[in-house]
Design a protein around this ligand. Structure first.
Ligand code: MRU
Length: 380
């Protein structure tokens, strides 16, 4: 079934533009984003000259995905410092832009701390701003290095769990170069398998309602010449039942101290399906996604999104022109219909086969194993 739908004319082209970059034109420093609401139709850059513009871009998902939100938060603080804005105020705005991905607050806090430390040591505004930018750049670089390490650990685990090779991997949401300074998390593992000739098929959940799978993961898979097939989220059950899935690979927005995993809504049902069908369910995320201060899944704040994302059909350019957090599109439900639209769900640790990070993997996933992982030094 899968192979009948193999793509033709496979080609290898990484994303045309970086997901995020710092720039210093004559008018002053800016954070430049590849506007993900416009993909795959258009590759358009969005230039943020101030923190409110970046916050708006985060809220309407022009920039998104946990690791990249960390990078965006980091450069956002650097931008505030470079332009002479109030850094604590800018940090609070940025950290509060979206609640679930812990990386956002991590990036913000880390660069704000570097800025504060420089100021406390007597640096002037320019010097403190330079320290903030250096820290943001370091975080960006580390994220790229973490991606490469996760890809290696993840592929080794896949090969161990599925010794036959020819992996058919199901993924959800978007976890590639669009969410990272490198090649991403779960997607980076699939890409590593593809490069070694061991990826038979990447099954891509469309990921309702904002279609990160349909719009973004397919974009990345096509550009990398991977054999992929798109499915509606609710077709996953029949795909498992047909024996077409060897492993599930997903990312994470926050991993609690007990190993509970918050990720894009629809991940938890995949974990239940995977368990029923005896298929490994693997989470790939950098250590910065683990939050030791969140004890368990119930303590993870889940972002609730506007109901129109469900009651209306949305198209990327329409999303792009909406107000922060708002969308406009073709109504698919009667006016006034209420919608349940959480952005994420939580998978309990007992349904997770393994968590793969840049410091290696843990399996089974337990609180003590997570604590031990956080204490590990990096394995490469
Ligand atoms: O709402 P989004 O698009 O920011 O959600 C992104 C996800 O849920 C990703 O799966 C998660 O951030 C992991 S990305 C490595």
């Amino acid at each position: 079934m899968a192979d009948q739908q193999a793509q033709t004319a496979l080609e290898t082209r990484p994303p045309a533009l970086p997901a995020l970059r710092w720039d210093e034109p004559p008018e002053g420093p800016v954070v430049v984003l590849l506007d993900q609401t416009r993909l795959p139709a258009e590759e358009v850059e969005l230039v943020c000259t101030d923190v409110p513009a970046l916050v708006e871009a985060i809220q309407r998902l022009a920039v998104r995905g946990a690791p990249l939100l960390g990078v965006a938060g980091a450069y956002g603080v650097a931008l505030a410092a470079a332009r002479g804005y109030d850094v604590p105020e800018a940090s609070a705005l940025l950290a509060g832009a979206r609640p679930t991905a812990v990386n956002l607050g991590y990036g913000v806090r880390r660069v704000a701390a570097a800025h504060r430390a420089a100021a406390e040591k007597g640096a002037d505004q320019g010097g403190a701003a330079a320290s903030a930018l250096a820290e943001a750049r370091a975080l960006h670089r580390e994220d790229a290095e973490a991606s490469a390490a996760m890809a290696g650990h993840g592929l080794a685990l896949l090969d161990e769990l599925l010794p036959g090779g020819g992996h058919r991997v199901l993924t959800h949401c978007n976890t590639g170069a669009l969410v990272s300074g490198g090649e991403g998390t779960a997607f980076a593992v699939a890409l590593a398998a593809h490069r070694k000739g061991r990826l038979r098929r990447l099954w891509v959940d469309e990921t309702r309602p904002l279609l990160q799978g349909a719009r973004l993961t397919t974009y990345e898979a096509a550009r990398n010449g991977m054999a992929y097939t798109l499915l509606t989220d609710n077709a996953a059950g029949s795909l498992f039942a047909a024996g077409e899935v060897d492993a599930v690979l997903i990312g994470a927005d926050r991993i609690a101290a007990d190993g509970s995993v918050a990720n894009k809504v629809g991940s938890y049902p995949l974990a239940v399906l995977a368990r029923y069908h005896h298929v490994p369910f693997i989470v790939v995320a950098p250590v910065s996604t683990i939050d030791p201060d969140t004890p368990d899944g119930a303590s993870i704040e889940i972002e609730q999104r506007p109901g129109q994302e469900v009651t209306e059909l949305t198209a990327p350019p329409q999303i792009a022109t909406g107000a922060p957090g708002a969308v406009s599109g073709l109504p698919v439900a009667p006016l006034g219909t209420q919608a349940y639209n959480p952005a994420f769900d939580v998978t309990p640790p007992e349904l997770v086969t393994a968590i793969v990070t840049e410091r290696g993997a843990v399996s089974p996933v337990t609180g003590p194993a997570i604590a031990e992982l956080c204490a590990r030094s990096r394995q490469v």
